[in-house]
Design a binder for this molecule. Structure first.
Ligand SMILES: [Zn+2]
Length: 192
């Protein structure tokens, strides 16, 4: 039976690298994968998943309004899919997570989602919320804080390096940067 996986982490834990490696493992065996990426993430140009260590692959873009079950079923009809991989899956809507669960349950295609658990205020993203609730397998990808502890939180910093405490969940085109920190340092930077 296929399963729904959620690989979650803070920033820069190698989520895209892990996605690209998994997709490659299927393709190396002559199997077909579909890599999906949300329209919201255009850091590397549209329709691409790129890793910080320099590897990349073509990806199919989806928008917040897309029915992913329909899109994946159509693609599966055209060419048998062995696996679907979703980058930046924190941006999925509740309905889209449900649609991916349908793909697993009714089309029997494994779906591997990669995404952030929480935003810069320590709140769950919608996609992460429902993946944490409904995925068959939860896998944490680990990264470390500057202090050496496991980093499970993300801090957004302005151009002066100050931690930002309020604002929209997704900042587009700003000068902000993101850093993964442990909860103790998140507390000092954001909560206190
Ligand atoms: Zn720390």
């Amino acid at each position: 039976m296929a399963q729904l996986y959620f690989y979650y982490s803070a920033m820069n834990a190698g989520k895209s690298t892990s996605l690209l490696q998994s997709s490659y493992n299927y393709r190396e065996r002559g199997m077909h994968t579909l890599v999906l990426t949300p329209a919201i993430d255009d850091r590397f140009g549209m329709g691409k998943v790129a890793s910080r260590i320099g590897i990349q692959c073509e990806a199919t873009i989806f928008s917040a309004a897309d029915d992913l079950a329909e899109r994946i079923a159509a693609e599966h009809e055209r060419e048998f899919l062995h696996c679907v991989l979703v980058d930046e899956s924190q941006f999925l809507s509740k309905d889209q997570v449900k649609q991916l669960a349908y793909v697993v349950d009714c089309l029997d295609i494994p779906v591997l989602c990669y995404g952030l658990r929480t935003d810069f205020q320590g709140e769950l993203f919608s996609g992460s919320q429902y993946l944490l609730a409904w995925a068959d397998k939860l896998v944490e990808l680990k990264t470390i804080c500057f202090c050496g502890r496991k980093a499970n939180m993300v801090v957004r910093r302005d151009s002066q390096g100050n931690a930002i405490k309020e604002g929209a969940q997704v900042a587009i085109g700003g000068n902000e940067s993101y850093e993964s920190v442990c909860r103790k340092h998140f507390r000092e930077l954001v909560w206190e």
